[in-house]
Design a protein around this ligand. Sequence first.
Ligand SMILES: *Cc1c(COP(=O)(O)O)cnc(C)c1O
Length: 463
Amino acid sequence: MRYVSTRGSAPVLGFADTVIAGLATDGGLYVPETWPVAPEHISGDYAKLAADVMSPYIGDEVSAEDLASLCAAAYSTFRDPRVTPLVPLEQGHWMLELFHGPTLAFKDVALQFLGKLFDHLLEIRDERITIVGATSGDTGSAAIDGVKNCSRVKIVILYPHGRVSDVQRRQMTTVNSPNVTTLAVDGTFDDCQDLVKAMFNHAEFRDRHRLSAVNSINWARIMAQVVYYFSAIQQLAANGESIGNGVSFSVPTGNFGNVLSGWIARRMGAPIRHLVVGSNSNDILTRFFETHEMRARDVVPTLSPSMDIQVSSNFERLLFEMNGRDGGLTTEQLQRFRSAGSFAVEADQYDTWLAPVFRAARCDDTQTTAMIKDVYQSTGQMIEPHTAVGVLGGRTHQEDGVPMVTLATAHAAKFPDAVERATGRRPELPAHIADLFDRPERATRVANDLAAVEAEVAAVSGL
Ligand SMILES: *Cc1c(COP(=O)(O)O)cnc(C)c1O
């Protein structure tokens, strides 16, 4: 498979180059040249399903045998043998639990695989990389866990000192692995992001230390997430549910990565009816689906911080598709968005691409708390705020005869304060992580200063 940039002027790359590059040189995101059709007979465990669904995107750049063992290794780290188990919520409404990985959030599904994949591709090329990232929460810990046993990858994660939750910080700072470094920066999350951007813009430094990123624009993450949509449908069928009218999914959405993976599963032929895009009060996407206009506003903090975004970066991949894969047109639209703060899509584009597939919902903090309480009282299940946004969207758009699956994107114990406030009960950490608060922490405190941070990264990279 070859990959093209959504902005149309970066070189066309093969799979391995696409994964290692992350962002395209023209600032665009890579997408496959064509959408393959899903394998006709889907059977076997999650790791086998993953290899079957992903292999057309990888082609012969990873052998079938190696792909099978990468998938087996990645998904053996999950605590449930089904990896992403489907559980009933209420009549006709299910939850797909995506939080059984090491760091209790859905990002593990992609990042456990990506770590193994990176190491394998770098081994073939005899190369090494240094991953540098800034985090305000989930991505940092999931990325660290994904690469902690990689021999060819070093990782340095910056976080704002005193400004991430205890669980989130400890999930990063208690990993005792020689290739992992956490830097507690005296500054805000924006300061951390600016420092990372500055390092990537410092060409000599970037090339010398072979800097790489694992943010949600990496194609391999989107690809790995397609798998669990197929898994959900497989589990529904195994439960005797009728899927003849298709299956709808409700997806708590931030950067549009998770729900884009659902769109791709549908494009590959999965019997998906609707994809419900759930937003918190940062509802740029919901407003877009209502008005056909994308217009940015300031971000407000909510109970579901991983969805507190101003712009959803992965939407660009769908926009490229809607523009008939015209990279020039996509670039123009995005430039207009940057300079004027908005862009609109044509009515026929909306009718063709969006109306048949997408539904939208929003859920503010009051509704989020009420939903956590309601689900706890009616089912005894504890859900966390992101999942609550999804459940509201699922209930809103449920149809008779069409199973609805809400994606549960994090474990309740990852957001214990919000859950306790809503239910009166504090969710417990699962056994494998129950001693999180007893483990020793390792972090290096650094000033909000590029030279100081670069010195730390240089010492770690050893390149
Ligand atoms: C990252 C994240 C989301 C948002 O996913 P996107 O792919 O960015 O849309 C939702 N919930 C949780 C818990 C997350 O960590």
